[in-house]
Design a binder for this molecule. Structure first.
Ligand SMILES: Nc1nc2c(ncn2[C@@H]2O[C@H](COP(=O)(O)OP(=O)(O)OP(=O)(O)O)[C@@H](O)[C@H]2O)c(=O)[nH]1
Ligand SMILES: [Mg+2]
Length: 467
């Protein structure tokens, strides 16, 4: 997501910094490039135009060409305006009782998944969410929601599959919800195409009956230009109170995300970033702006880590690493910890500068199958071998290869990588350097080592970040 846009912006800003003295023409040229980049990313035409006009006005207003670091100043103006475009501050849900939340959106946008994700989130906050299946069109829709609800242990209202009257279903659901003593009711509705007047009429009727405090439009961030008209359409029909953007983990160009707020005037409240139910979070405009500008989103990364990793385990692992005792058992523990964080490239994508080095990392570096193969190798070792990696020589390697279904070449490669990793961990200087780099958000030279760890082409120096 956003990678093409981030690359173009980076190039433009780099050029701008490269010129010794900045002129009005330099700025105009740069803004033209940025406008093109926004349009190519599928940002709605009017939104892009207005945005550029604002950045220009501000840039001229502060006389950037007279300042000492004009390039930096423009980046700052751009960042501020982007944050503004995305909505400035994160907006909370209205959960005053009766907290009825109605989800609507196009076919396949991710409504049902999002209903469960939202329920899980509210549950973690100590509320008692209830899920209500109001998709009476797709035969498997009710079961889909019920299955997800079961996974997260949230009660789910499932209507009689033969019942086709939506308001009747809602009525039954409200009566059921009373007994359940829920504190937030999430209604999953049927997907629709915007031209489908019948479905829209039904949605309106349901909306009137349920009278939700929140009507959230679930929108696939890959929808592109069409997203804007979809949002308008739903807003006119039922009046949306917010937007949930899904599939931000994909390679969509991101224009929808950038246009939605401006065009509808409704806040983006949450984002979905994967198929797993915990891959969901509050939308923070300033963090998203930083991500788009390639400055990373370290705050979200730390939050994800804090939610999923037990502090004691993390401290224990850090101690093992520092003392140079890191063995294959620790390796397995680390692998399990990583898994809890979700897909690795999504997580690393929040690091400043990651998009730039991503191309140097082999495509299969984040592959779950590769991780499984490595795990199989470790699991084929004896307990003694796991604690003393140096024991693993010739015939042992062959046995491990046979036991784990790998070739001896693969086992050798893995052992070599492990040895390198261990060496790197032992060298405290490097480790410290890496932590400083990550914390300081300045250069990313330390990532060179991480790169070689992931199987990249040697830990070469990486370009210093422009910010
Ligand atoms: N990668 C990714 N996939 C997602 C995300 N959200 C939903 N999906 C997937 O998108 C597909 C459609 O999701 P659903 O939740 O069934 O969408 P829906 O809007 O309820 O679909 P209909 O009820 O048919 O209109 C499923 O395969 C989901 O797993 C996301 O944030 N990231
Ligand atoms: Mg659905």
């Amino acid at each position: 997501m956003f990678s093409a846009l981030s690359d173009s912006l980076d190039k433009t800003f780099r050029n701008l910094r490269g010129v010794g003295k900045i002129s009005e023409k330099n700025i105009t040229d740069a803004l033209r490039e940025i406008r093109l980049a926004l349009l190519e990313a599928d940002v709605e035409f009017g939104v892009a135009k207005e945005f550029i006009a604002k950045v220009k006005e501000k840039a001229m207003g502060v006389d950037v060409f007279k300042s000492i670091k004009p390039g930096e100043q423009i980046v700052k103006i751009f960042n501020d305006e982007l944050t503004h475009l995305l909505g400035d501050d994160a907006e909370a849900l209205n959960l005053n009782p009766p907290a009825h939340i109605l989800l609507c959106g196009l076919n396949g946008a991710g409504k049902t998944t999002t209903a469960a994700k939202l329920a899980l989130r509210l549950q973690k906050e100590g509320r008692r969410p209830l899920l209500i299946a109001c998709d009476l069109y797709r035969p498997a829709a009710i079961d889909q929601l019920a299955t997800l609800a079961k996974q997260i242990n949230v009660p789910c209202f499932t209507p009689d599959p033969d019942e086709k009257n939506l308001v009747k279903v809602a009525k039954q659901a409200l009566a059921w919800a009373k007994d359940q003593q829920g504190t937030a009711l999430i209604f999953d509705t049927a997907g629709r195409q915007e031209i489908d007047e019948k479905l829209v009429a039904e949605l309106k009727e349901l909306h009137r009956f349920v009278s939700p405090a929140e009507t959230l439009l679930v929108a696939d961030s890959a929808t592109g230009q069409q997203a804007v008209s979809v949002a308008r359409h739903f807003d006119e029909a039922v009046g949306i109170t917010g937007i949930i953007l899904t599939k931000l983990d994909g390679d969509a160009r991101g224009g929808a995300a950038l246009s939605m707020r401006q065009v509808t005037g409704r806040p983006i409240k949450f984002i979905g970033e994967g198929e797993k139910l915990d891959q969901f979070g509050v939308f923070h405009p300033e963090r998203m702006a930083s991500r788009i500008l390639g400055m990373g989103d370290v705050v979200s990364m730390v939050e994800t880590a804090a939610e999923n990793i037990n502090e004691k385990d993390a401290i224990k692992a850090a101690e093992r690493i520092q003392s140079g005792k890191f063995d294959f058992n620790d390796f397995l523990d680390q692998m399990n910890m990583l898994r809890k964080l979700g897909p690795l490239d999504g997580l690393l994508g929040m690091l400043p500068g990651f998009n730039k080095i991503k191309k140097q990392i082999p495509a299969d570096a984040f592959d779950e199958n590769k991780m499984k193969r490595m795990e199989a190798i470790v699991l084929s070792m004896t307990p003694r071998e796991r604690t003393r990696p140096e024991l693993i020589k010739g015939s042992r390697r062959r046995r491990i290869a046979n036991g784990s279904g790998n070739t001896i070449i693969e086992v050798n490669r893995f052992l070599k990588q492990f040895t390198q990793m261990r060496k790197m961990m032992k060298s405290k200087g490097k480790m410290k350097n890496m932590m400083q780099q990550l914390g300081g958000m300045e250069g990313m030279e330390g990532m060179g080592d991480m790169n070689s760890l992931l199987g990249g082409k040697g830990g070469g120096k990486l370009p210093k970040l422009p910010f």
